[in-house]
Design a protein around this ligand. Structure first.
Ligand code: NYM
Ligand code: MG
Length: 286
């Protein structure tokens, strides 16, 4: 119960204190004794973690334990790999080839994509993207984010059972496409996705606007315009960190596929048991 908390140090502490407070109140009610105050709850909380020798650890984890503390026979979790890029970079084609090729090699793999248009929220997003409906910029941003959160349980379950997941677009798309709009700050756009499972690897299919233009006209969906794509590209570059690998998507399709597959295999091989949380700052001490 207490090993999954991975917010900021202060949020974690408050959250645990509240859990203790509720537990103690519940216990007192059952015992017929008087209700406790918050100070006593905080005291019990401190004593509990000191006794468990866990005071430092509880404040430093910024990850999800995928196995549970009592299991001796740990099952290796699957890797979480995300494909990102501007529209027309070839993500969907590459993802489909990749899934087939990894499955043929006997690797347990599942494909997911965002937006996932089949859910209730996804249907609203689809209406918005196809310009059949209009929504306020912040509101649609939060719906894109909600569409990821509604599938987190399924994602974690899949990883836990040892299947790797390849996702076509994730929170990075959520941030960059919204931030490209007037009055939408990048930092604000990140907030609703803070704490999502952090990908082990982000493969960014990089294609310049000039190369994208050579691939023919954009589609009819919202955002499929060169000026927007340029801004989207700039914001992507602001988001990238050490977990990103930039792949030159202008190369021949098979060459790109080979590079993507190599990165995936390496990521699957190197995957550690703990899974990070997106944009949660790691705390090193209390
Ligand atoms: N998009 C995608 C967003 O604006 N926010 C998001 O959170 C996500 C996941 O939807 N132009 C945009 C990027 C794309 C569009 O994506 C649909 P696709 O991969 O063409 O279905
Ligand atoms: Mg598209």
């Amino acid at each position: 119960m207490y090993n999954l908390v991975k917010f900021s140090r202060i949020t974690k502490r408050r959250c645990l204190q509240t859990m203790f407070f509720t537990d103690i109140q519940q216990r007192n009610k059952l015992n017929g004794s008087s209700s406790t105050d918050r100070v006593s709850a905080v005291h019990e909380y401190t004593v509990f973690f000191k006794r468990a020798g866990n005071t430092t650890n509880i404040h430093t984890t910024s990850c999800v334990n995928m196995t549970g503390s009592n299991e001796t026979n740990e099952k290796q979790r699957g890797a979480l790999i995300v494909l990102e890029g501007c529209d027309r970079a070839g993500k969907t084609t590459q993802a489909q080839k990749l899934i087939k090729s990894l499955t043929d090699d006997g690797i347990k793999i599942k494909f997911m994509r965002f937006p996932e248009r089949s859910t209730k929220i996804g249907r609203i997003i689809n209406q918005y993207l196809s310009c059949a409906d209009n929504l306020e910029d912040h509101a649609i941003h939060l719906l894109f984010s909600a569409n990821r959160w509604e599938l987190v349980a399924e994602l974690l379950e899949t990883l836990k059972e040892g299947t790797s997941v390849i996702i076509d677009r994730y929170a990075f798309s959520g941030v960059v496409f919204s931030a490209a709009k007037q009055g939408m700050a990048l930092e604000w756009c990140k907030q609703s996705d803070v704490g999502l499972p952090k990908p082990d690897k982000v493969l960014f299919l990089n294609l310049s606007p000039e190369e994208a233009r050579k691939r023919g006209d954009f589609g009819q969906e919202r955002y499929e315009k060169e000026e927007i794509q340029k801004k989207v590209h700039e914001y992507y570059m602001e988001l990238k960190d050490d977990s990103w690998k930039i792949i030159d998507a202008s190369k021949n399709m098979d060459v790109v596929q080979e590079e993507i597959k190599k990165e995936c295999l390496q990521t699957i091989k190197m995957t550690k048991q703990t899974l990070g949380k997106l944009w949660v700052v790691e705390e090193s001490s209390e």
